[in-house]
Every structure is written in structure tokens, then in C-alpha cells.
Design a protein around this ligand. Structure first.
Ligand code: ZN
Length: 278
């Protein structure tokens, strides 16, 4: 039979198949080949003996949380208390895109802004939308209607951005471990926490936050450029085919920055990202 691993506690894997759940073990063969089944894996299993026989090809796999086949990451981003952190937002957008996962920006706490602040944030929202990112706000449940369907989603974003309250709004039966405690635990101490996919609005969310302290591991400067939408999409108009938009002459991106058609913070962050890995 074919199924989806939705939960893992030490050596037990809960496989869901046609709305039934099977408590399976991995075959010895996996251990011999140093392959560990992951939550998110599509598997072939023996439903009589409860053994996982085969893992289907993965689209991707993450280390923290330890899941595979992640379709998208919801970047929960507070606009006030804590203030909008464009550095972290742009960093997450870039790293998530690099991992072949679609990022979705979810702005929270918009209701805390005064009129003037609201105008500024609206400009940010419109900019991110205009360059092609999916952007939603958490003001009502309707905004999430089609987001989760048939997808595996991880949540990420700065602490205090409102991940837990977002999940509570979407489904108050779910108590995701997206609180500050799990952040503290993830910061180095070993924990025995399990990983689990939770059904939410016809899709799945992962119970632990992802990408919370990810760095630009294994990324080259050109990877940063190619995973920031406007740095990549305008590249063809630069004089040099491999323009990094920093020291080159006749750089179209730098022109757009000067004309304020590219958000200044985006370009500053871009340069800082490249500095930080060079
Ligand atoms: Zn350029």
C-alpha cells in the first residue's frame, strides 16, 4: 500500500493511507543503507506486517524540522511589536527559495499600526506583491482559504511574530509548538521532541518552526542574487550577463535602486547578504 508518514516518534512511523493510520517500523535495509524515513515521505508499506518497504523520491528534505517534501513556508512577519525586520524577512525569502520551497509572507499585527505607519507598511506589502511574492495578512481566516490545500507547509518567522495565535485562529484544536519555549530548546540542547504533520484546512502543517536560525549555508553570491526576485528578473537588462549589481558599470538594477523602483532596504540587505558570505 501507499501512504504518507505523518508522525515519527523514535523508531515508530505513523503512516496515513486512505484515512487510516498504520504504526510502522522501517525495514532493516534502510538502516544498512543509512536512509532514515522522514515525516513527509511518501512510502510503500506492508500493511499486514507494518513495515515500510520503500521511500518514494523526495522533492526536498529539511534538517530542522526533520521533514521532507515541503511545498511552502509561511513566513510570519510582525509589522509592530516587534517591528518589521526586513533583514530577517529578506534572508528567509532568499534561503527558502534556494531550497525550492515557495515562500509566502504573512504580515501580522497590522491592527497595532497608526494611520501613518499603516501607509508605510502598505508600501512594503505592495512592493513585495509587485515583484512576485505571495503576500497575505492574518486579519481574517478567509485570507488563508486556499493557502494550505494539498500542501505541506512549515511556519517560520521571528519570535513574537504571532505564529501560535495564527495557528489558533486557523484551528483552535491545534496547539503547535511554535512558542518561545521550543525556540529556546532548539538552540542547541538535545530534545526528544517528535515531528508531526497536522491536518489543517485540507493540507498539512509541520508542528515545529523551520528556518528560525538558518544561515546562507552552501550558498554562493550568485545564489543569493538568483533567489531574490528583482535581483534575478532584471539581470538580463544589465550590461554583463553575470552582473552582481555591485561594482559593475551599466547595471540596470543599480539604476532601478537610484530611481527608487527597487526598495532601498531590499538592495541594502542584498549587499549585506553577499558581504556576509564573502
Ligand atoms: Zn546589474
Amino acid at each position: 500500500m501507499e501512504g504518507l508518514i505523518i508522525k515519527n516518534i523514535s523508531n515508530d512511523y505513523i503512516v496515513k493511507s486512505k484515512d487510516k493510520f498504520y504504526n510502522c517500523k522501517a525495514r532493516g535495509l534502510f538502516k544498512k543503507n543509512k536512509i532514515t524515513p522522514l515525516v513527509g515521505d511518501n512510502v510503500i508499506f506492508d500493511e499486514k506486517n507494518n513495515y515500510i518497504l520503500e521511500i518514494k523520491k523526495r522533492k526536498n528534505s529539511l534538517i530542522r524540522p526533520n521533514v521532507s517534501n515541503v511545498d511552502q513556508a509561511l513566513i510570519v512577519t510582525s509589522v509592530k511589536e516587534p517591528n518589521l525586520d526586513t533583514y530577517l524577512l529578506d534572508k528567509l525569502l532568499t534561503i527558502i527559495s534556494f531550497n525550492n520551497i515557495e515562500p509566502i509572507i504573512c504580515f501580522t499585527k497590522i491592527d497595532l499600526l497608526n494611520k501613518e505607519e499603516q501607509k508605510i507598511i502598505e508600501q512594503f506589502i505592495n512592493y513585495y506583491k509587485s515583484i512576485g511574492y505571495k503576500v497575505i495578512t492574518n486579519e481574517n481566516k478567509e485570507n488563508f482559504k486556499n493557502i494550505f490545500i494539498n500542501k505541506i507547509t512549515v511556519l517560520t518567522g521571528q519570535s513574537g511574530a504571532g505564529k501560535s495565535s495564527l495557528i489558533n485562529m486557523l484551528d483552535n484544536n491545534l496547539k503547535l509548538q511554535t512558542n518561545e519555549i521550543s525556540y529556546a530548546l532548539n538552540r542547541g540542547k538535545h530534545t526528544t521532541r517528535h515531528t508531526e504533520l497536522y491536518k489543517i484546512m485540507s493540507g498539512y502543517v509541520v508542528d515545529t518552526p523551520g528556518f528560525s536560525q538558518v544561515e546562507f549555508n552552501d550558498m554562493k553570491p550568485s545564489d543569493i542574487r538568483d533567489n531574490m526576485k528583482e535581483m534575478f528578473s532584471n539581470l538580463h537588462s544589465c550590461k554583463y550577463r553575470d552582473c552582481m549589481h555591485i561594482r559593475e558599470d551599466n547595471c540596470y538594477v543599480k539604476e532601478l535602486v537610484a530611481e527608487e523602483k527597487i526598495l532601498k532596504t531590499r538592495y541594502i540587505n542584498y549587499k549585506n547578504f553577499i558581504d556576509s558570505i564573502e
